[in-house]
Design a protein around this ligand. Structure first.
Ligand code: AHR
Length: 662
């Protein structure tokens, strides 16, 4: 190396060392904490849950039924079922066969007629929802409806077989001679199996009709028979959600009007709830799920009950006479809208009417005499344009004429800006709409950049329901989106802006909520599950930290007199909780450098001990999975010094600080 080159190289090394030393210096940011000039209340509904039956969220997910197509109603009625050694599969084997019969008097018309010719050979098998999950030592309620038609079939034998086809548990049920009867038995699982199958054989030859072949874990949420999957509801419960929005999403609208969600068809006797194909079964060519139906075992009564269990306000969303505008965009003519409006009025009566009312009586007969105290109703999901506004007006008039206290949620379309959004907001403002739903699926950068979105919103206009949002690591509708730390961190940054603007933003929810690891259509999703387990994503823990620490009143947290909203990649929000006498500060650092914050509580009286909850990850690309949740809140305690709260906010982290007010 020449002398000149040597000097140059030393200079480069020195300047690199200088910059690296500078980068390693943890800079201190002074923040001031104070009361807002006028009180800003945080609504109890601030952080809630968006539930939609997408990604096997209901059948195959939250609804704990383990048999797919239990009453043979799928368009392809053999879906989920397989016959072995049967004449229809192989003409040389005359063991038996299954045909589908229909009873026109029933809502679910189909049932299976099984002809057993050789009971030694005939086997009927159900594959469950991508397998049947069994937990060692747990009990499972097996039931079916059967009518003995002819011959001498004396018993139905059912067994659970593991992935290798090996029988692990069996029950046998004797058959009575006369009419349709319900039969029940209980399985005990001697081992844990993720993808078991149910196998049915017969003792004796003859013909029987079978329907509603069902298998449920006994260990459901609150131990309810035919209930919900416990681990999944527990995760929702842990969020302490302020509301539960159901049943969607575009599923409310349907691909066609005929396929819209009709709440009246989802209540009453389970076997009579009319089956419907799931909209999402053909939602994406890259993730076709033709075996995705809606049994409505999880129907509107169960949604209300779940809301009550979670301590969340029920927020049903109804069709406004417009099929999904991304699909057929079918429209109900204005003169034919009445039945749709009546559905909304009837729903409010179903939820709130006393037992003397027609719909209140149905609720009472289903086991809930006490009203559900419905306070919100959504008119349409993600509609846009003049057709929506025209229909919304009719709903609004009718609902408020009869139920002036019920708050109506209207929509501003699928995007957070643009022509449809601007038009929707302008019209809804003029109509004095109460709460407007906004949806945003966008990049992590968009979320960080838009943390101040609501700072300038009109305080006298409608309130905002940030009803569907999620940062997309690849792009909207891309199958490879990941629930990684970058997406969660960017949502946390954005959420500081939601909370700071709680006088405008009344409700918020991440979407979608659930995804089955083998049955999903849409990514990313808040909670992932398979037949046995579930795990919480980093995005879930962000939601949990905000929701569990939402407080009751907004406080100001400022740097140099300005809200902390992205300057030097720092975001912050602060609240007090007048019930628990706490101050809660949430700080998000999206920088690759740690920062020290020095918070001065000014005239606010604060205690000494501070709980610091840290959520961070080794990499922005880090994720949780079924085996481990490396990204999970960690807690420690430290003390305030000289009345000031000084702490380090690591690079790329969310920190929640909690302290008592004196
Ligand atoms: O959350 C998935 C879908 O995204 C919802 O069904 C719809 O409202 C939105 O387009």
């Amino acid at each position: 190396m020449t002398t000149k080159n040597k000097i140059f190289s030393i200079a480069i090394s020195l300047s690199a060392a200088f910059f690296s030393a500078q980068n390693n210096t943890v800079r201190t940011f002074n923040l001031d904490l104070k009361e807002t000039s006028t009180p800003i209340k945080i609504q109890p509904t601030m952080y809630g849950i968006f539930f939609e039956d997408i990604n096997f969220a209901a059948d195959g997910g939250l609804y704990a039924e383990l048999i797919k197509n239990r009453s043979f109603e799928f368009d392809e009625p053999f879906t989920g079922w397989k016959q072995q050694n049967t004449k229809t599969l192989s003409p040389n084997l005359d063991s038996g066969f299954l045909t589908i019969y229909s009873d026109p008097a029933k809502t679910n018309k189909n049932y299976a007629r099984i002809t057993v010719l050789n009971d030694k050979n005939y086997i009927l098998e159900n594959e469950g929802f991508r397998g049947i999950g069994l937990h060692q030592g747990e009990q499972y309620d097996f039931s079916f409806d059967l009518e003995n038609v002819s011959g001498n079939i004396a018993a139905v034998n059912a067994s659970l077989v593991d992935e290798n086809g090996k029988e692990i548990s069996s029950v046998s049920t004797l058959i009575k001679r006369n009419g349709w009867q319900k039969y029940t038995a209980v399985f005990k699982a001697p081992k844990t199996v993720e993808k078991a199958k149910l196998r049915i054989t017969f003792t004796g030859n003859g013909i029987v009709n079978m329907d509603m072949i069902s298998l449920f874990p006994q260990d459901t949420w609150k131990g309810r028979k035919g209930g919900l999957r416990k681990d999944l509801v527990q995760k929702l419960y842990d969020l302490q959600p302020g509301f539960l929005r159901f049943p969607g999403g575009c599923i409310v609208e349907g691909r066609t009007l005929a396929e819209r969600y009709q709440w009246k068809k989802t209540i009453g006797n389970i076997a009579d709830r009319e089956y419907l194909i799931n909209k999402w079964s053909t939602g994406f060519p890259h993730r076709l799920t033709p075996d995705y139906g809606q049994s409505f075992g999880l129907g509107f009564y169960e949604y209300f009950q779940l809301s009550e269990d979670l301590g969340a306000e029920p927020v049903p969303i109804l069709s406004c006479g417009m099929a999904c505008q991304f699909n057929t965009a079918e429209l109900v003519k204005m003169e034919d809208l009445d039945p749709y409006v009546q559905d909304a009025l009837d729903l409010i009566e179903f939820a709130n009417g006393d037992s003397g009312t027609k719909r209140g009586r149905i609720r009472t007969e289903m086991g809930h005499p006490k009203p559900f105290n419905l306070k919100f109703i959504g008119v349409g999901n993600e509609q846009w344009g003049a057709d929506y506004i025209e229909r919304y007006k009719v709903f609004e008039k009718a609902i408020h004429a009869k139920y002036p206290d019920v708050k109506i949620i209207s929509g501003s379309g699928p995007s957070p800006d643009g022509e449809f959004f601007e038009y929707g907001w302008k019209e809804l403002k003029q109509l004095n709409a109460q709460i407007v739903d906004e949806h945003y699926y966008n990049s992590p950068e968009w979320f960080m950049k838009n943390a101040g979105r609501y700072d300038e919103y009109d305080r006298s206009g409608p309130k905002v329901f940030a009803g569907e949002y999620a940062a997309q690591s690849v792009g909207v509708l891309k199958p490879d989106n990941k629930n990684n730390w970058l997406t969660a961190l960017s949502e946390a940054a954005f959420m500081t802006g939601l909370e700071r603007n709680a006088d405008v933003v009344y409700m918020t929810s991440y979407a979608p909520l659930f995804a089955h690891a083998d049955g999903w259509q849409w990514t990313p999703d808040l909670i992932w599950f398979n037949n046995l387990k579930s795990y919480a994503t980093p995005n879930y823990y962000v939601q949990k930290l905000f929701s569990n620490n939402k407080g009751t009143d907004v406080l100001k947290i400022e740097r140099n007199g300005k809200a902390v909203s992205g300057q030097e990649k720092l975001y912050a929000t602060a609240v007090k909780d007048v019930k628990t006498h706490e101050i809660i500060i949430k700080i998000v650092n999206t920088d690759t450098q740690a920062k020290t914050v020095n918070i001065k509580p000014g005239t606010l009286k604060t205690g000494k001990n501070i709980t610091k909850i840290l959520l961070s990850a080794p990499q922005l690309s880090s994720e949780n999975n079924f085996d481990a949740e490396p990204i999970k809140p960690k807690e420690e305690i430290f003390e305030a010094k000289n009345g000031e709260i000084s702490t380090k906010i690591p690079a790329n982290s969310l920190v929640v600080l909690k302290l008592k007010t004196d």
